[in-house]
Ligand binder design. Structure first.
Ligand code: ADP
Ligand code: MG
Length: 633
């Protein structure tokens, strides 16, 4: 007989804390007895993989169900979407992460093309994960009050705004965004110490973040942040997988995937055991036994640990501190379970780190405590939490130079005013360009907003007095106010980052995406066929240059050259079907030639493989899988 869970309809809705992670997310709340706990699903799992799968029939799967389909449908499965939050499509960071299918090349927001002919933004993808967490929490708690969502301390305005938008889209009332390291410190109750300097060392699946937190009279300030956005537990998996791969037979996307999965399991098991014996399945179906020792794992971990150490030392230097100034080190992130990492951190800071709270959960638990405080249930309401501005905010002045108004690391909420004047006679408007960043020239900073203050009466240069006020609220979001003081002309803008989403825009974005979805998908196809066609052409040109003698006769040469010419012509056009057909024709015409080249290189290879070649093959194994769940195309 199934038991029905009864929710007390009189009970005040519970506020929840959410850790929206790159690899895993989870939700927590504070129980009636004041204990923060993570919500577990029906399989008793608290961690929800931050993976979203779009099914051909229109359904959306989140978490483990999505992970299960990632391998078969890499293009319809979005992993690590947090890396794209608040980023423009033409952001260099976006370009670097090339394993995804982008729906369009340019524009203010990154978009992914997924099944069935859908275009989704990172905000929408994150909203799916958040909605999933909300539902999991509702199953346990009934109606939900507000939510506190955590973000990395270094998240800029656009990334914070995007996270907030995702929360709204997921049907959550976002009470506050909270810095992840601050949340971890709260979970350890460090605010009760009133004063101290702490390091939060967060090694997740694919990112490493280190934060120096100063607790001043019960108030947390982020003194400095550092890290490496391409370093995490997944790198340990890759290191182990490289050793496993040769045991599995030929290197194919399948064996690479299997090696990575096995590596992760072995890594986890080696956290508690000194040796692990794994049974690996080779590509021919036979089994092979493989033993890995803790010492072997340590060897793989050592260089990675050292990289985290370098980033941590840099953060200390930025904060003008040394390891001796640190009163406590908090471990966050699943990968800090690895014993070699713990040992390394202990040595680096000369003290045992705090690791008694589950490092996977600590951020969500802290967020739950904050949510509880904000929803006014708790008696502990005197804890005021403060963070600092992660990046400087300023305006562009003459010559494209930045005038900083709020420097980075200013505690928030904060406000600061500054006066400017006109540089030309009879100037009747001020153009204000708000930028974020540490560079001296506006063009090197992130552009947040532009607006013009009009209606100033003509005056000689230098007479007008423009007062600009920057206000940053507790979420780290900026409002700019400008006033011409001699006339009282005023204007206020809530600065929306360049990706710029107001509530209405979020709505519009959704409808737009559906309207333009088809065009976007067509364009994407064309681009893909063009890339493939050009790739084959240039590979063949190269092959003919090097191995031209392997062409059998004039007839074959004429066939290949004719097909090449037709493909070149198709590439000048815009018809993706035509390009695909011509590419296939060329493939066909050159098959025999390619076969002869292959035979010859096989013979060469069998005659003895050069060490340098072996080296480059192991390199490939590493490059093949920058993100779990997106290799096979
Ligand atoms: P994120 O903050 O990026 O979402 P997590 O904090 O959830 O990531 O960390 C995920 C990483 O932690 C993965 O690389 C996973 O393999 C690793 N991990 C989880 N549990 C263990 C364990 N018991 N031993 C070693 N590594 C672990
Ligand atoms: Mg995390």
């Amino acid at each position: 007989m199934a038991l029905l869970q009864i929710h007390d309809p009189e009970a005040k809705p519970k506020a929840i804390g959410i850790d929206l992670g790159t690899t895993n997310s989870l939700v927590a709340y504070v129980t009636a007895s004041g204990e923060p706990v993570a919500v577990r699903d029906c399989d008793n799992e608290a961690l929800v993989p931050s993976v979203v799968h779009y099914v051909k029939d229109g359904r959306v799967l989140v978490g483990r169900d999505a992970v299960a389909l990632a391998e078969r449908f890499p293009e319809d499965t979005i992993v690590s979407v947090k890396r794209f939050m608040g980023r423009g499509a033409d952001d260099p960071e976006t370009r670097r992460m090339g394993t995804y299918r982008f729906a369009s090349e340019a524009g203010p927001v990154v978009k992914f093309a997924v099944a069935p002919d859908r275009i989704v933004t990172p905000v929408e993808v994150s909203a799916q994960t958040l909605a999933f967490l909300r539902e999991t929490a509702e199953d346990e708690l009934g109606t939900i009050g507000g939510a506190v969502i955590t973000v990395p301390a270094y998240f800029d305005d656009a990334q914070r705004q995007a996270t907030k938008d995702a929360g709204k889209l997921a049907g959550l009332e976002v009470l506050r965004l909270l810095n992840e390291p601050t949340a971890a410190a709260l979970a350890y109750g460090l605010q009760e110490k009133k004063n101290g300097t702490f390091v939060v060392y967060d090694l997740g699946g694919g990112t490493f973040d280190v934060t120096i937190l100063v607790l001043d009279d019960g108030v947390f300030q982020v003194r400095s942040t550092g890290g490496d956005s391409q370093l995490g537990g997944d790198d340990i998996d890759r290191g182990l997988a490289e050793k496993i791969l040769p045991l599995l037979g030929a290197q194919t996307p399948h064996t690479v995937r299997r090696a990575l999965n096995a590596a992760k399991q072995i890594k986890h098991a080696l956290t508690d055991s000194e040796t692990v014996q794994a049974e690996l399945e080779r590509d021919d179906g036979t089994l092979v036994d493989h033993t890995v020792t803790r010492a072997e794992l340590d060897e793989i971990v050592a260089p990675l640990a050292k990289r985290t150490g370098n980033a941590a030392k840099r953060a200390l230097r930025d904060a003008e501190l040394t390891a001796a100034d640190i009163d406590g080190v908090i471990l966050v992130g699943g990968a800090t379970r690895v014993p070699a990492i713990r040992r390394y951190v202990a040595e680096l800071f000369g003290q045992e780190p705090l690791g008694s709270i589950d490092p996977d959960q600590v951020v969500a638990l802290g967020a739950a405590i904050q949510a509880d405080l904000l929803s006014g249930e708790s008696t502990n309401a005197d804890v005021l939490l403060l963070d600092v501005l992660p990046l400087s905010l300023g305006v562009e002045t003459m010559g494209g130079v930045v005038e900083r108004i709020l420097p980075r690391n200013t505690p928030i909420p904060a406000a600061q005013a500054q006066e400017f004047t006109t540089y030309a006679d009879k100037q009747t408007g001020f153009e204000l360009h708000v930028v974020q960043g540490e560079r001296e020239l506006a063009e090197d900073c992130r552009s947040l907003a532009r607006f013009t203050l009009k209606g100033i009466p003509p005056m000689p240069a230098g007479m007008a007095r423009l007062k600009v006020v920057f206000r940053v609220d507790a979420d780290g979001l900026l409002k700019v106010e400008a006033e011409e003081k001699t006339t009282g002309t005023r204007q206020e803008v809530e600065v929306r980052p360049s990706y710029g989403l107001t509530d209405e825009e979020v709505e519009r974005m959704l409808t737009d995406a559906y309207e333009h979805g088809e065009d976007d998908v067509k364009l994407r196809r064309l681009r893909e066929e063009q890339v493939e066609g050009k790739r084959i052409l240039s590979a063949l040109e190269q092959a003919l240059r090097v191995d031209g003698t392997l062409v059998e006769d004039d007839e074959e040469r004429a066939d290949i050259e004719g097909a090449m010419k037709r493909l070149r012509r198709a590439l000048d056009g815009e018809d993706h079907d035509e390009i695909r057909r011509r590419t296939e024709d060329l493939d066909h015409a050159s098959k025999a030639f390619a076969g002869r080249r292959m035979d010859r290189s096989m013979k060469k290879a069998l005659a003895g493989r050069a060490a340098s070649q072996l080296e480059s093959e192991t390199q490939d194994a590493r490059g093949i899988e920058p993100h779990l769940g997106s290799t096979e195309h």
